[in-house]
Each structure stands twice: as structure tokens, then as C-alpha cells.
Design a protein around this ligand. Structure first.
Ligand code: ZN
Length: 431
């Protein structure tokens, strides 16, 4: 692959803007450039200097569009793509009414292939270059997702969802098949190309203690894998967990007891946490994943971003589609901002952009590899048009700095704001 230089406004992060002043954490260039070599970022700097140093290089000039790291979605359910924005219901009703009947269709590999490809293309059209997905209980649903991602050269995380109770006929595995299928899928896909495997118990209400223990044993045998699940999303869910695990100290303990709490664990939602749960998450350096459009859509509650970040807990951002109501990480950032406002802790646009890129990459233990414009990272890049609609354009033209110019796109932007996407340095064809 030949070297190439892309020019535009650029935004990268030197460090976490929750931990230090924005101007020290973020590096903004009004006329910057990114040098791409062999699919990775080889240099980033001022456009004029890069052109001078590389006079023969192929150049793509994005004008005043903003070049940023591709978005990293740290928690979603690709099998729910076709039922996004289903009306009404609380979590448990919503799973039974909409989710489980749709997930049953993934027994058909052809359907799984169709939805996997559709989901990844929707992600790319929204500037998201990495998805972290639950699949269904069917091993073919995992093969479908990783195969579709491989054909697009996308870095993805996924795993077979395990459920052996409190799910309908046709959507339950058992202790042995959950272990055996997860193990063979992990050995087949983990670190094959850009794939990462995550051991995936859906959540403790749908796994027996024996199944949780089997998956904990698998994780102990394969500590290099990630583990993803759900934690403390809704209050009635927490009550249900208390009834199912009467001896557990709290919801997190239902994972910890079976070897499913660790540094490479990803705990989606994590809204209604006890002090002990927060302490344990911090002690083991586990990651939590904020899913704001899902939390408002299903009425789950207000995630404590400021409190958890202040404890140093690694935090990613995610759509949680189809419980989330949008494939767009811009809309997801807007919802995170709104939830921060409702908690009295507004998030700066730099913090929102960091969460959608570096934050999620950190949750996935992929810092420096994805979600970054720093030298050495894979060139998964999203280019934003900061004047994609008349409403956004009339506001951003009055901006005094990049943050003022970007914030209207965060709050009001959608896939029209995504002008170009690069995956491993290759521009994705626009459909
Ligand atoms: Zn979820």
C-alpha cells in the first residue's frame, strides 16, 4: 500500500480530558495532516510541514472537515438491528416481546449473515469503525459477525451470548454447550485478523450458577480474552437478581463468585451500583460501558459518569442497539451530555469525543491500537463535516474555536455529518 496524506482540521488526544485540563489533553490543528503508511498512522502534524517533508505523496484534502479517530462502540447487539426503536415496555418485557423472538431467527445462518453485514455497514456510515457486539446463542451468529467484519477489515469484539434459563425454548443453550461452543469460537476467532473474542454471558438472570462457573473457568483458561455482560441496568432487574442469587452480596457479586470479575471484563450499563460494587470495579480495574440512548429509551436511569471517572474506573461509550435508539455515536454523545446535565455534571465536547474513541478503546484494552490518531495506531479514521445541515451550519459558522464548531454536530448531527471513513487506511466506499 502506498503512503498517503490526508489533510483537514485534526483532533487527537495526548491524555484523558477527564483527568487534566482540556487544552493539555487534546491537540487541535486548524490545518493539520495525517500520514498513513501500511494501514497505520505514521505521522500527524501541521499540513504544510507534512507536505514539505513528503513532496511526492498522494494527498486527499478534506478542507475544513474534522479528521478524528473512528468511533468505537463498546457495547451493542447486532442481532437486534432489525428491531431497533421498538415501542414501549420495561427491560424484561422488552426482551420477551421484541428481543428474544428476533434473536431466534439467528438459527438461520443466512439471516445472521445478512444482518451482520447490514449492521457493520450502518456502523461505517455513522463513522463507527469498531463494534463490540453480543451475538445470539447460535455459534453461526458469531461466525457471521466475525466473517462480515473480516471482509471489511474492521476491528471488532464479539462473542456467543450464553443463556441457559429464563429464556424461551430455542434460545437456551446449556452448561456444556455454552462452554464448548464459546471455547471453540474463541480459539477460532480470537486475534484472527482484527477480531477479538469476548466470553459473553448475557446477564446473570439468564445463566444458572453452573453456567456462570463454566464460563468463569473458560476465562481462567483464556485470560487473554475479554468478557462482556450487563450489570445493574434497572431496579426491578436488580430485585430479580437478588431473588435468583440470595447469597450474593450484590449484583456484581453474582459475577465475581463465578470468576467473571476481572480487568478484562466489560460491564454494560452499571447504573444502580452500591458503594461496594464501585469499590470492587475500581480495585480490579474493570471497565464499565455507558449506553445513554438505551438508558433513556428503556427508562433505566442516569449513569454516574463524573463519579465513576473520579474513581478512576475505565469507561467506554456505546449505542447498545437495539435497546439503544440510534446507530450514531454522535447521537450517543448527545445523550451522554444530556444525562450529565440531568446529574448536574455537564461533559465538555472534548470529553464526549474522548469517550467515543479513546475511552471505548481503553475499555477494550486497545489503547494505542484503535480510537486514536496518535502515531502507531491503526488508521481507522472518521472525517466529520461540521456544517452538514442548514441548522448546524448556521451555528458552527459563529463558533470561536473547534469545540464551539463541533458541539452542534454532536448535539444535532447524524450520518449526514460523516463525510468520509477510513478503515486501516483505506477509504470506505460511500453507498
Ligand atoms: Zn446490552
Amino acid at each position: 500500500m502506498t503512503d498517503q496524506l490526508i489533510l483537514g482540521q485534526t483532533l487527537r488526544f495526548k491524555s484523558d480530558p477527564f483527568a487534566m485540563p482540556i487544552e493539555d489533553a487534546a491537540v487541535v490543528s486548524a490545518r493539520g495532516g495525517v500520514l498513513i503508511r501500511d494501514g497505520r498512522i505514521a505521522a500527524i502534524g501541521e499540513a504544510d510541514a507534512l507536505r514539505r517533508d513528503h513532496p511526492q505523496i498522494e494527498v486527499t484534502d478534506h478542507g475544513d472537515h474534522l479528521i478524528t479517530a473512528g468511533f468505537v462502540d463498546a457495547h451493542m447487539h447486532y442481532p437486534q438491528t432489525a428491531m431497533i426503536a421498538s415501542w414501549g415496555k420495561r427491560l424484561i418485557d422488552w426482551l420477551n416481546t421484541y428481543t428474544f423472538p428476533e434473536e431466534m431467527r439467528f438459527a438461520d445462518p443466512a439471516y445472521a449473515n445478512e444482518i451482520a453485514g447490514r449492521t457493520l455497514d450502518l456502523a461505517l456510515s455513522n463513522g463507527t469503525t469498531t463494534l463490540t457486539s453480543f451475538c445470539t446463542i447460535h455459534p453461526a451468529s458469531v461466525d457471521a459477525f466475525f466473517s462480515a467484519a473480516s471482509s471489511r477489515n474492521m476491528a471488532v469484539v464479539a462473542g456467543k451470548t450464553c443463556m441457559d434459563r429464563n429464556a424461551p425454548d430455542g434460545l437456551r443453550d446449556d452448561v456444556k454447550s455454552a462452554y464448548d461452543d464459546s471455547k471453540s469460537l474463541l480459539e477460532k476467532w480470537h486475534k484472527t485478523g482484527r477480531a477479538t473474542y469476548a466470553i459473553t454471558p448475557r446477564f446473570s438472570p439468564t445463566s444458572t450458577p453452573d453456567q456462570l462457573a463454566a464460563l468463569g473457568a473458560l476465562w481462567a483458561e483464556h485470560p487473554e480474552a475479554l468478557m462482556q455482560t450487563h450489570l445493574s441496568e434497572q431496579l426491578d432487574e436488580i430485585e430479580w437478581v437478588r431473588g435468583l442469587f440470595p447469597d450474593a452480596r450484590d449484583y456484581l457479586d453474582t459475577y465475581e463468585e463465578f470468576g467473571l470479575l476481572g480487568e478484562r471484563g466489560l460491564y454494560g450499563h452499571a447504573i444502580h451500583l452500591t458503594a461496594r460494587e464501585v469499590d470492587r470495579l475500581a480495585e480490579v480495574n474493570a471497565a464499565v460501558v455507558h449506553c445513554p440512548t438505551s438508558n433513556t429509551f428503556i427508562g433505566s436511569g442516569l449513569f454516574d459518569m463524573a463519579g465513576l471517572k473520579a474513581r478512576g474506573i475505565r469507561t467506554g461509550l456505546a449505542t447498545d442497539t437495539g435497546g439503544g435508539s440510534s446507530f450514531s455515536m454522535l447521537r450517543t454523545m448527545a445523550a451522554a451530555y444530556e444525562i450529565g446535565q440531568l446529574r448536574g455534571t455537564p461533559l465538555h465536547p472534548a470529553q464526549l469525543m474522548w469517550l467515543a474513541t479513546e475511552g471505548s478503546a481503553g475499555a477494550l484494552h486497545m489503547t494505542g491500537e484503535i480510537g486514536s490518531l496518535n502515531v502507531g495506531a491503526m488508521a481507522d479514521i472518521t472525517v466529520l463535516d461540521l456544517a452538514s445541515t442548514a441548522a448546524i451550519a448556521q451555528r458552527s459558522t459563529r463558533a470561536n474555536d473547534l469545540w464551539e464548531a463541533l458541539f452542534p454536530t454532536i448535539m444535532m448531527g447524524d450520518d449526514r455529518a460523516i463525510s468520509d471513513v477510513y478503515v486501516a487506511g483505506c477509504k470506505v466506499a460511500r453507498s
